[in-house]
Each structure stands twice: as structure tokens, then as C-alpha cells.
Design a protein around this ligand. Structure first.
Ligand code: HEM
Ligand SMILES: [Cu+2]
Length: 551
């Protein structure tokens, strides 16, 4: 073993003082279930996160289809209203905390060490812990469906007074949120420390891949707001069981206080699900436009600006609670201000493509689809930020349309793009481009069929979170339901394509299957071996890639 690998071996510390006549310590690779339960390797943990996230996507997606089945026609067909509300609540919580957030943490785990030239994440054992808190939290939510009174049914926002009235399903949800928050905080600490301390020589902060930047900023956001959510639900818990009256009007408390605390977490949370997506798209577009990212520095500053502004807009979710006009104006203008750095990003992506030698492999299709549809979601958000408009639109299907444009066509599409982009690196095989393109176009069409009509439903006054509706909303609802079922079907096809790739796909992948990719993960073989960058990449190698990226 060379001196360099010796000092960099992540397990070195555990063996300090022990005599080693052999050079394979750190390689006692566990097999079978032990490999996963005791996993400390960033790639194994990344894989665990990604599969967990996909199963939550299927679970939350099944609940969404339960919602859409009920809404296909007016009247009550399948569910009692109580259960319908449990479906919307669990769908929201599971998609946000179970599907989208863990997927980004999984990608960060898999890719950050590879992209930065580090041998692993900084705290390998804590990494294991932060993953393994997730399955029990998901289990708590599932179990809550079967306790007396059923699962929490007050919406993913858990507003009192409703959330003070439910049975123990609500307590299980609170405990689940606590565990999810712990997991997020530990994952974030790992991401921050890895990025700040473990970059290879030559890789300064202002030369890191954009995905590293967005992961870093997102991790800070999470550390700032996960405790706020934990505090909010703990106050719910003590109001429910320990005689406090934070949110109970009878005891002098105020339910609106909960909304303030929740959304102080909730709006940054929206960017926790959006910033990593921006990072992914900023990796994919330059690759397939065969041009360096336009405006790298402004991308970094825009990311930071969005993060800072996201703390100053929370009450745009509460325009209808009754607040002073000055407060409404403040939150309205702060919200509109976020459109500036976001616009910078969209401009930069378009300028990157401008006069590029573009090709449209599946990751690029999802990235371009992201830019188009996320912008639609951004515009409807801007519409909602206008306080007098929001008074009309609040809690209607217009809002449901808006946030699914940013979450499904935004976060989820970027994740699909990322999976296709890095699948050759993960599996060592190329995915079927034909199937990938089919998955993209299928999702693109049915996504819009599902969610575009919801704008009209909302404008016409259909409230969200109801299992039944007046007759005039029938046609658009039927259309949205058909779209949702078709969209769902397409995701099984995606699963098939991924498994097909793992089993050999359409052939072996080279170390770098993409002509225009110049970041460090493409310098290691495909599939990426269990241990990579035990010797950090040389400064020349790092600088060669940076030069191609014009950094
Ligand atoms: C493409 C599949 C999806 C479909 C068909 C779908 C459908 C729906 C519908 C119809 C509602 C509104 C329920 C109501 O207000 O009555 C809803 C709510 C929601 N969805 Fe989705 N959704 C999908 C994917 C996602 C994803 C990927 C996310 C990611 C975070 C997400 C997050 C949410 C949230 C946060 C709510 C609000 C829940 C609440 O009102 O408490 N959805 N979804
Ligand atoms: Cu917000």
C-alpha cells in the first residue's frame, strides 16, 4: 500500500495501533444482508437511499392514485371522506420526506465523493445511521393507517386545531417527523463536512461542480429548519398530551402561531427540494450542450440568494389568515424578489444551450423538460404571490397545480435525469436509450394532462382536500385522473428500464459515456469500484477537467 492510500484510508483511525502485515484492511467487505445493514460505504448507502426513495415514490404514488380514483367522478365512490383525508396527508408527507428528500441525499452520497475526489463521506458510521432511521419512520406512517382513528388527516401541514383532535395516528406522524428530521440533520452534517474538508487538491470552492454547491447550500438550509419543524410538532405533542396551550385558543394559545412556525420551516423546505434539482440540471445541460456552464459564478450567488431569501417569505402561505396590509406587502414583494435569482438560473441554462452542439439523450430531455415545466410552476407561484390574487386562489386546485409543477416536473424530473445520467457509472451498463426516451415523452405528456387542468379547476373555485365536488368540475377531474393513472403506469416502465440496465442493459458502459462530461466522477471506471479516490486525483487531472469546464 502506498503512503498516500494509507493516510487516506477512511478506516485508518479504527486500526490505529494495530499491526498490519497485509494491505487489505478496510476491505473486509461484508456480503449478504450485512453489507446493507452495516453499510458504511458511500456508494452502498447511496444505493440504499435511492431504492428507499423509489419505494416511497411508489407508495405515495399509489395513494395519489387512490385520491385520483375517488375524484374521477363527483360523489363518493371508493373512500369515506375521513380516509380520503388520510390519503392526501400521507401522500404529501411520504412524497416530500420519503421520496424527494432521500433521493437527493442518496445522490449526494453516491456522487459527491466521486465528483470531489474524496474516498468516502466524512462520517461513515453516522451515514449508516442517517439512512437506517428512514425505514422505521416510513413504517410508523404506514402503521398509523391501522390504529384506532386511522392516520393523521389534517394535510401534510398538520395544522391545528385539527391536528390536536386526531387519535394516535397523529402521534405516530409526529414521532415519524422527529426521526426524519434527525436523519436529515445527520445527512446534512455529512454533506457539509465532506464538501468543506475532503476536496482534492486544486478543487477550490469556486471550482466545485454545481451539484456540490447546491448540495452544500441545501444542507445548511436543512440544518437551519429541520429543528424548527421538530419544535413545531413537539409543541403539538405537548398540546395534545401534556397540558400546554401553544395552539389552543381555549387556553390563550393561537393556532396561527403554528402556521408561522410551520412555514418558517416549510418555505425553505421547498428550496430543499428545488436547489439540488438546479444542481443536477446544471451538470446535465453543459454535458449535452458540449459547452461550459454559462455564468458559473452567478449560479453560485443565485443559489445562495435563493437560500437566504427563502427565510423571508414564509407568510405568503398565510395571506388569508388576516394580517396587516404592510405584512402582506412585505411577504408579497420578498416572494417576487426570489424570481430574480431564479430567473438568473433559467437564463444561464438557456445561454449554456445557446449555440451549443446539443444532443438529446434521455438525461438532457429530462433536463430541458425540467427547465420548461419548472418555469411554468415558477410563474404560477408568482401569480400566487400577489396577495389579493392569493386570497381567491388559496386552498384551491390552482395551488395543487402550482406545486406539482415544481415538485413533479421539477424535483422528480431532475431525479429521473440524474438516474439516467449516472446509471452507467453505477451499474457499468448503458440503459436503453429507446426506453429512456419513451419514459420521458410518456411522463411529459401525462404529467401535463394530469396537472394542467388543475389550474382551470382552481380558477373556477374547486377547493383542494375534498373527496367530492360540484358537477361543473367533472370533465377536468376525469381528465386529470386518466392522466394520473397513465403517468403512474409509465413509472413502472422506468423501474423496468433500470432493472434491465442493472442486468446488462444494452452493453457495457465506458468510464465516460458522455462526450461533453468533464467532472471527476467520469475519471473512475464504470461501474465505480467499491473504493475510489483512495489516492486523491492529481492536481493535473483535476485542472484538466476544470479547464474543460472553463473554471
Ligand atoms: C405524479 C404523481 C402525483 C399525483 C397524481 C399527485 C396527486 C395529488 C393530488 C390530487 C393532490 C391533492 C389532494 C387534495 O388536495 O385533495 C396531491 C397533494 C399533494 N402532493 Fe401530489 N401527486 C403526485 C406526485 C407528488 C410528488 C412527486 C410530490 C413531491 C413532493 C407531491 C406532493 C404533494 C403534496 C405536498 C400534496 C399536498 C398534500 C396535502 O394537501 O396535505 N405529489 N397530490
Ligand atoms: Cu413558500
Amino acid at each position: 500500500m502506498t503512503a498516500a492510500t494509507d493516510t487516506l484510508n477512511p478506516t485508518q483511525g479504527d486500526h490505529a495501533g494495530e499491526a498490519h502485515g497485509h494491505d487489505d484492511h478496510g476491505h473486509h467487505a461484508a456480503t449478504g444482508w450485512r453489507r446493507w445493514v452495516y453499510a458504511t460505504n458511500h456508494k452502498d448507502i447511496g444505493t440504499l437511499y435511492l431504492w428507499f426513495s423509489f419505494s416511497m415514490f411508489i407508495l405515495g404514488g399509489t395513494m395519489a392514485l387512490g385520491i385520483r380514483a375517488e375524484l374521477f367522478t363527483p360523489g363518493l365512490q371508493f373512500w369515506q371522506p375521513e380516509f380520503f383525508n388520510q390519503l392526501t396527508t400521507l401522500h404529501g408527507i411520504i412524497m416530500v420526506f420519503g421520496a424527494i428528500m432521500p433521493a437527493f441525499t442518496g445522490l449526494a452520497n453516491w456522487m459527491l465523493p466521486l465528483m470531489l475526489g474524496a474516498p468516502d463521506m466524512a462520517f461513515a458510521r453516522m451515514n449508516n445511521w442517517s439512512f437506517w432511521l428512514l425505514p422505521p419512520s416510513a413504517l410508523l406512517l404506514v402503521i398509523s393507517l391501522f390504529v384506532p382513528g386511522g392516520a393523521a388527516a389534517g394535510g401534510w401541514t398538520l395544522y391545528p386545531p385539527l391536528s390536536l383532535q386526531f387519535g394516535m395516528g397523529m402521534d405516530l406522524a409526529i414521532f415519524s417527523v422527529h426521526l426524519l428530521g434527525l436523519s436529515s440533520i445527520m445527512g446534512s452534517i455529512n454533506i457539509i463536512v465532506t464538501i468543506l474538508n475532503m476536496r482534492s487538491p486544486g478543487m477550490t470552492l469556486m471550482k466545485m461542480p454545481m451539484f456540490a454547491w447546491t448540495s452544500l447550500v441545501t444542507a445548511y438550509l436543512l440544518i437551519a429548519v429541520a429543528p424548527v419543524l421538530a419544535g413545531a410538532v413537539t409543541m403539538l405533542l405537548t398540546d395534545r398530551h401534556f397540558g400546554t396551550h401553544f395552539f389552543k385558543a381555549v387556553g390563550g394559545g393561537d393556532p396561527v402561531l403554528f402556521q408561522h412556525i410551520f412555514w418558517f420551516f416549510g418555505h425553505p423546505e421547498v428550496y430543499i427540494m428545488a436547489l439540488p434539482a438546479f444542481g443536477i440540471v446544471s451538470q446535465i445541460i453543459p454535458t449535452f450542450a458540449r459547452k461550459p456552464l454559462f455564468g458559473y459564478h452567478s449560479m453560485v450567488y443565485a443559489t445562495a440568494s435563493i437560500a437566504i431569501l427563502s427565510f423571508m417569505v414564509w407568510a405568503h402561505h398565510m395571506f388569508s389568515v388576516g394580517m396587516p396590509a404592510t405584512a402582506q406587502l412585505f411577504f408579497m414583494f420578498m416572494t417576487m424578489l426570489i424570481a430574480v435569482p431564479t430567473g438568473v438560473k433559467v437564463f444561464n441554462w438557456i445561454a449554456t444551450m445557446w449555440q451549443g452542439a446539443m444532443s438529446f439523450e434521455t438525461p438532457m430531455l429530462f433536463a430541458v423538460g425540467f427547465v420548461c415545466l419548472f418555469t411554468v410552476g415558477g410563474f404560477s407561484g408568482l401569480v400566487l404571490s400577489i396577495a389579493p390574487v392569493d386570497t381567491q386562489m388559496h386552498d384551491t386546485y390552482y395551488v395543487v397545480a402550482h406545486f406539482h409543477y415544481v415538485l413533479v416536473a421539477g424535483a422528480l424530473f431532475s431525479l429521473f435525469g440524474a438516474v439516467y445520467y449516472w446509471l452507467p457509472k453505477w451499474t457499468g451498463y448503458m440503459y436503453s436509450e429507446k426506453m429512456g426516451k419513451f419514459h420521458f415523452w410518456w411522463s411529459m405528456v401525462w404529467f401535463n394532462v394530469t396537472f394542467f387542468p388543475m389550474h382551470f379547476l382552481g380558477l373556477a373555485g374547486m377547493p383542494r382536500r375534498i373527496p367530492d365536488y360540484p358537477l361543473q368540475f367533472t370533465d377536468f377531474n376525469a381528465l386529470a385522473s386518466v392522466g394520473a393513472f397513465c403517468f403512474g403506469l409509465g413509472q413502472l416502465f422506468f423501474l423496468y428500464n433500470v432493472i434491465h440496465t442493472i442486468r446488462g442493459g444494452v452493453g457495457k458502459a465506458p468510464a465516460n459515456p458522455w462526450e461533453g462530461a468533464h467532472t471527476l466522477e467520469w475519471e473512475v471506471p464504470s461501474p465505480a469500484p467499491h473504493h475510489t479516490w483512495e489516492t486523491p486525483p492529481s492536481q493535473e487531472l483535476v485542472e484538466k477537467g476544470l479547464k474543460e469546464q472553463a473554471l
